[in-house]
Design a protein. Structure first.
Length: 177
């Protein structure tokens, strides 16, 4: 009896291995679906918008006041494709859209830029990383009351203030109502 391949011990060991493998596969797919559920929808939109802000935009000179809101095809703050932010582009968007935080939100431009960004609601902050309020920009609707889902994406860049390069924190809040 000792030389037989399909002994009772081998059958039990095979059953245990199949059960262990099946449990591992089920656990793996469960964890994967949880990760997919967390990174879907609004969070993906926030990441997409934050990434697009670190492009020069389209046209690249949209930061000039000569380009009308309807002539902007993509909003981007960067000088080229870098993390160096162009202060005139940030100021132009802040002046065009305004903010509920500063009390000067322009609903028509807010909606137009929201359509360009392909989001329902957005709020963008560009602040010096040292926490100083001087040199901070607030763009969009900061009132998340009634929002079903809010996601935030953080990016870092630099911007010149008075000839001094300053580290900046860019936060993009995207929400659905």
């Amino acid at each position: 009896m000792k030389g037989q391949y399909f002994s009772f011990d081998a059958i039990i060991a095979t059953v245990i291995m199949v059960i262990a493998f099946t449990t591992l596969v089920a656990y793996w797919y469960g964890v994967q679906s949880t990760i997919d559920a967390r990174t879907g929808g609004v969070y993906d939109d926030a990441l997409r918008v934050a990434d697009s802000l670190f492009s020069p935009g389209q046209p690249e000179n949209w930061g000039n006041t000569s380009v009308p809101v309807g002539g902007i095809r993509q909003v981007g703050f960067a000088n080229g494709f870098s993390n160096s932010l162009n202060s005139s582009k940030v100021k132009r968007l802040a002046n065009m859209v305004g903010s509920t935080k500063t009390g000067d939100l322009n609903p028509a431009n807010y909606t137009a830029i929201g359509n360009l960004l392909r989001v329902q609601g957005y709020y963008i902050t560009v602040e010096p990383s040292n926490g100083s309020v001087a040199g901070a920009f607030y763009i969009g609707d900061s009132n998340f009351t009634g929002a079903r889902e809010v996601a935030v994406a953080n990016r870092g860049g630099t911007m010149y203030f008075g000839g001094v390069r300053t580290a900046m924190s860019v936060k993009v809040y995207v929400y659905t109502k």
